[in-house]
Design a protein around this ligand. Structure first.
Ligand SMILES: [Zn+2]
Ligand SMILES: [Zn+2]
Length: 409
């Protein structure tokens, strides 16, 4: 557990990085303008660099290196960035923690604190407009990689204060490109250009996309075992590629567990490695899903039921349904009845508001005095005053009641 004292030892840079939450994006904020360029450069650069394979071709050694760097770095992301930093689903000593997180940092997916904070935002805002990478709101490609080019790429680092207390993780955050770049240089120096292009560049690009597929594919294709109020899915193919993270609906249902595969046949390589490391005492307290979760008997909250109901209803277009009903009722008494009831309801509100003493509304006498100053004092002026008062009551009552009836669309 972190303490407020631990916070006070953090550099101001970390404590004041309330850059934005995803729901409060301000693209004019100076820190947001400091922007994404450095992260986009390696992302685009490594894709282009893969063209070097056309020149070197593949060798068995370079392919083995590619596979090894893929596995090590996917594990660094899934176990280090995700299950440890974002979800605190197990514990590790400082050295082990640093090494696992370092493996994630070699993926060039920005710093561990940024990544974990962004992921905590994802669970908080899943598939709402505030979620930076929701396919529901930004389309498949927008969720897959388009979001990293947008201002909401910024994360609220206050969400990761617990791990920001470790100087070595802050160092990694500050030098977030160093491990990835050093790995690239090492591949070239030790193995030549084919080790660099195939072993390093290709595996980095694959790690990018398999990670991004959890944001895109795992919220679009697959099955939903649990009601989670979002679009998360279980996808077996992705579970193999992403070392267990494809059991994404399980994970959204109960995010704080070290396991994403809840059943024996749900392959979760990240968990198997963590379990093995726990046998050597390198990690411990691997959090397990409770029996109620495994059996699926944990009752969903009212919020989740509401969100799920909203998603179900959104399969239909309210405007179109209303138009169809209006057309079907064109020659029936239903529309007349509806109009009459709506009018009665409005009149009832206006009568109530006219009868009570509305603060701030000008009185008849004040309107009369104003009218006499503005217009000729003719007999019809009293009519003008009365109607102006009625208009003010009607206008204010419409505005006062506008937000009182919940909108269903
Ligand atoms: Zn998700
Ligand atoms: Zn998560």
């Amino acid at each position: 557990m972190y303490t407020s004292r631990a916070f006070s030892t953090l550099p101001d840079r970390y404590l004041s990085m309330t850059t934005m939450t995803s729901s409060h994006t301000d693209s004019n904020h100076p820190q947001n303008k400091e922007s994404l360029r450095p992260s986009i450069v390696p992302f685009i650069g490594l894709h282009i660099a893969c063209l070097g394979i056309l020149w070197t071709g593949f060798t068995v050694e370079s392919l083995l290196l590619c596979a090894a760097l893929y596995v090590v770095r996917v594990f660094g992301i899934t176990a280090g960035y995700h299950r440890l930093l974002a979800h605190r689903s197990f514990k590790a000593g400082r050295v082990t923690q640093f090494l696992i997180v370092m493996a994630g940092a070699m993926s060039l997916q920005r710093g561990p604190l940024w990544w974990a904070a962004k992921h905590r935002e994802h669970h908080r805002d899943s598939d709402t407009p505030a979620d930076a990478h929701s396919p529901r709101h930004f389309g498949f490609m927008g969720a897959h990689m388009g979001w990293i080019f947008r201002p909401r790429y910024k994360a609220d680092l206050n969400l990761i204060r617990d791990f920001a207390q470790y100087p070595e993780l802050r160092w990694l955050e500050k030098n977030q490109y160093l491990p990835g770049m050093a790995l690239g240089v090492a591949c070239y120096l030790l193995g030549g250009w084919d080790a660099f292009f195939v072993g390093y560049c290709l595996s980095t690009v694959l790690v990018y996309h398999v990670t991004f597929m959890i944001n895109s594919l795992a919220h679009v294709f697959g099955r939903q075992r649990f009601l989670t109020g979002d679009d998360s899915r279980n996808n077996a193919v992705l579970a193999v590629l992403a070392m267990g993270e494809g059991w994404h609906n399980n994970h959204h249902y109960y995010p704080s567990t070290a396991r994403a595969g809840f059943r024996w046949y749900e392959i979760d390589m990240t968990y198997y490695v963590l379990w093995t490391l726990s046998k050597f005492g390198l990690v411990w307290d691997l959090r397990q899903p409770p029996q109620s979760v495994l059996r699926g008997t944990k009752a969903p909250t009212t919020r989740i039921i509401d969100l799920t109901a909203g998603h179900l209803a959104s399969a239909f277009c309210m405007d179109e349904l209303s138009q169809r009903i209006r057309t079907a009722w064109a020659d029936s008494h239903h529309m007349d009845e509806l109009k009459q009831r709506a009018r009665q309801a409005r009149e009832s509100v206006e009568t109530y508001l006219a009868d009570i003493d509305l603060p701030h509304l000008p009185t008849i006498e004040e309107l009369r005095a104003l009218a006499r100053r503005k217009f000729a004092d003719v007999p019809a002026l009293e009519d003008v005053v009365q109607r102006a008062h009625a208009r003010l009551v009607a206008g204010v009552s419409e505005r006062l009641t506008r937000d009182l009836v919940p909108q269903t669309a």
